[in-house]
Design a protein around this ligand. Sequence first.
Ligand SMILES: Cc1ncc(COP(=O)(O)O)c(C=O)c1O
Length: 189
Amino acid sequence: MPIIAHSRPTLDQEEVNAVNAVLQSGQLAQGQEVLHFEKAMASMIGVDGAVAVSSGTAALHLALLVLDIGEGDEVAIPSFVCPALLNAIRYVRAVPVLVDINPQSLNMDVHDLRKRLTGKTKAIIVPHMFGLPADIREIAALGIPVIVDCAGSFGTLSVFSFYATKVICTGEGGMITANDVQLLDRIRD
Ligand SMILES: Cc1ncc(COP(=O)(O)O)c(C=O)c1O
């Protein structure tokens, strides 16, 4: 039976050469290559800055911390998504609020989201499932900070995962992008 591989990374000699160059440079942790990657991502997405981190989960965790979300605060996420979102909310002792998805788009249902917002809702984390865009403009218009998961320049902060199965893959890795350079400085710190 032919097998359709799930998210096989597309890596060729160019990536092998790039990794070799880093290995031979003697600087394995953050250096010029990471700086270059951050600048390239910010420019591609059209935002003022980007901070590379160790994973998408770390990016989510830092995004929640920098928005001062903590004990007792509520954070809305879709019911159908990678558990990293729920885990990151638990890391900061906030309460995950699960929002129904739309069965057609598989994305967060804005009608259900509106019903679940309370005075304690401090953020909404919005991924775009399987390349189908969520109703991000409508969600952003609700006036609550939006963390866009792996998407682009909407929302307060955008987080990316560069895990092995992702569209851009570094093996493990993540990034946070934003236009608010003060927030980015705090994240980098
Ligand atoms: C939408 C989404 N956000 C965040 C993550 C977590 O990223 P990482 O595996 O780099 O921690 C994943 C899955 O890996 C994901 O699918």
